[in-house]
Design a protein around this ligand. Structure first.
Ligand SMILES: *[C@@H]1O[C@H](CO)[C@@H](O)[C@H](O)[C@H]1NC(C)=O
Ligand SMILES: *[C@@H]1O[C@H](CO)[C@@H](O)[C@H](O)[C@H]1NC(C)=O
Ligand SMILES: *[C@@H]1O[C@H](CO)[C@@H](O)[C@H](O)[C@H]1NC(C)=O
Ligand SMILES: *[C@@H]1O[C@H](CO)[C@@H](O)[C@H](O)[C@H]1NC(C)=O
Ligand SMILES: *[C@@H]1O[C@H](CO)[C@@H](O)[C@H](O)[C@H]1NC(C)=O
Length: 401
């Protein structure tokens, strides 16, 4: 049935209801890990700037400040087609921001499917930003073809050297105040559009990472609209969304962290973020963790331990939605190949944890579970009820680093 056949009110109703489509199945898109280090201190600082920008944005910073993307460190990119016929762009995939845009490095290519919405896009990512025109266009993600997706066409994009733009996979509310003059207008994300257009069976994505020693490498995949049963066991535990801002604006939830049976962080808010590399803890949780592991504070705020201390390292356990998820000793240290990149003595083990430099309970962000966490667990981002899900993977307890 064609919508031209329907009365406008009827059309609006069908658009709002869950679409009924005969053939829908989840679609998987691979992604590639790329690295770019200039030192431990720089990597730690760039990530802290990302957390600060998120806190500022929630405080009503005007213009809005979104999560900054690292222009250095560890990033994940996916090849995304835009237009008809599709042109390929290398976009950074980011669960910490929600606008999708392209046109950095080479100009956005206008094709027969490009519709100018006559509005501008401006998104600030800490130090970097994008300024341009907002289009509706066809977006191709693997075998998914989204007919009408809001996509920014960058005119200015300082801070994004080497990449063509962003595939925004955060919650829709992070698009508020990014497009046009309308303060309450949100732009549906690619996940929203895929679901609204009836292309995927469920309004969610799931991410599978594999921990690796090397980059660039294709070591993960995003599944749009479903959960891949071969990637996890035994079941997904969902965490209710946190009510604490600003974690609540992202993929936020509450968790308790214990080390060797001792609580280092009581139930507190934070979020999952593919744009953060390390594990960030509140300053008090970090100090307790340092004390319990006997680690030494080094450059950039990294904790280092000796080979002997590593042998005695206990699990670091995250209790989320009533289930315990354990980072093994091996999962708590960075790949040793990174020591050289970070300028740290190769005979030491570097722990993945960094301090936010803020005591718990003060900023609304008491932890950030970054890539080092996401590489050990399967994660689900459910837009239907704003909750995130977690499960173990075959590599949760693997010895890799
Ligand atoms: C775009 O990328 C896809 C998948 O990698 C590839 O099949 C296709 O040929 C590429 N298209 C162009 C125009 O390069
Ligand atoms: C852009 O797409 C959205 C939905 O995807 C639609 O509501 C809007 O009217 C479109 N804008 C234009 C100018 O076509
Ligand atoms: C790598 O980092 C350097 C220094 O921060 C920066 O100038 C360069 O553009 C980055 N390259 C890529 C591909 O991100
Ligand atoms: C969100 O939806 C999932 C899948 O339907 C469900 O299992 C989970 O319990 C829900 N989460 C919350 C917090 O209600
Ligand atoms: C941990 O803290 C306690 C009490 O403050 C102190 O006695 C102990 O020496 C510390 N342990 C380490 C390894 O720093």
């Amino acid at each position: 049935m064609h919508s031209s056949y329907l009365l406008p009110a009827f059309a609006a109703l069908t658009a709002a209801a869950k679409p009924i489509v005969a053939q829908q199945s989840p679609v998987t898109v691979p992604f590639v890990k790329v690295t770019n280090f200039t030192g431990a201190a720089q990597l730690a600082e760039t990530q802290r700037a990302r957390i600060s920008a998120f806190i500022d944005r929630a405080a009503g910073g005007d213009p809005p400040v979104n999560m900054p993307i690292l222009d250095e460190g560890m990033l994940y990119t996916a090849t995304v087609g835009i237009g008809t016929p599709p042109n390929n762009y290398t976009l950074i995939f980011d669960t910490g921001s929600s606008n999708t845009w392209a046109g950095c490095g080479f100009a956005y290519i206008v094709t027969s499917s490009t519709v100018d919405t006559d509005t501008g896009i401006f998104v600030q990512y800490g130090g970097a930003f994008v300024d341009g025109e907002e289009y509706n266009d066809t977006v191709t993600l693997g075998s998914l073809v989204l007919q009408s997706q809001g996509v920014g066409a960058a005119q200015l994009c300082p801070g994004f050297q080497g990449y063509n733009g962003i595939l925004g996979l955060g919650p829709t509310d992070l698009t508020l105040r990014t497009v046009g003059e309308y303060p309450t207008r949100e732009i549906p994300t690619v996940v929203d559009t895929a679901f609204a257009e009836g292309l995927i069976p469920e309004h969610l994505i799931a991410i599978s990472f594999e921990p690796t020693q090397t980059a660039p490498i294709t070591n993960g995949e995003i599944t749009f609209g479903g959960i891949d049963p071969t990637k996890y066991y035994p079941e997904i535990t969902y965490a209710p969304p946190t009510t604490t801002s600003p974690s609540a604006q992202s993929w936020g939830f509450d968790q308790t962290i214990t080390y060797n049976g001792q609580t280092i962080q009581f139930q507190a808010p934070g979020f999952l973020d593919s744009g953060t590399y390390n594990l960030f803890l509140s300053s008090d949780a970090f100090a307790t963790y340092q004390n319990l592991t006997g680690a030494t504070l080094s450059d950039g705020g990294y904790l280092t331990i000796t080979e002997e201390q590593y042998e005695n390292l206990a699990d670091l356990v995250f209790t989320i939605g009533g289930t315990d998820f354990a980072l093994t000793a091996n999962a708590q240290i960075l790949p040793r190949s990174m020591n050289v990149d970070l300028g740290i003595d190769p005979s030491l083990c570097v722990l993945i944890a960094l301090s936010t430099y803020s005591p718990s309970g003060t900023t609304g962000i008491d932890f950030v579970d970054g890539q080092v966490f996401m590489e050990r667990f399967y994660t689900v981002y459910n837009s239907a009820n704003s909750s995130v899900g977690f499960a173990n993977t075959p590599l949760t307890r693997a010895i890799i680093n």
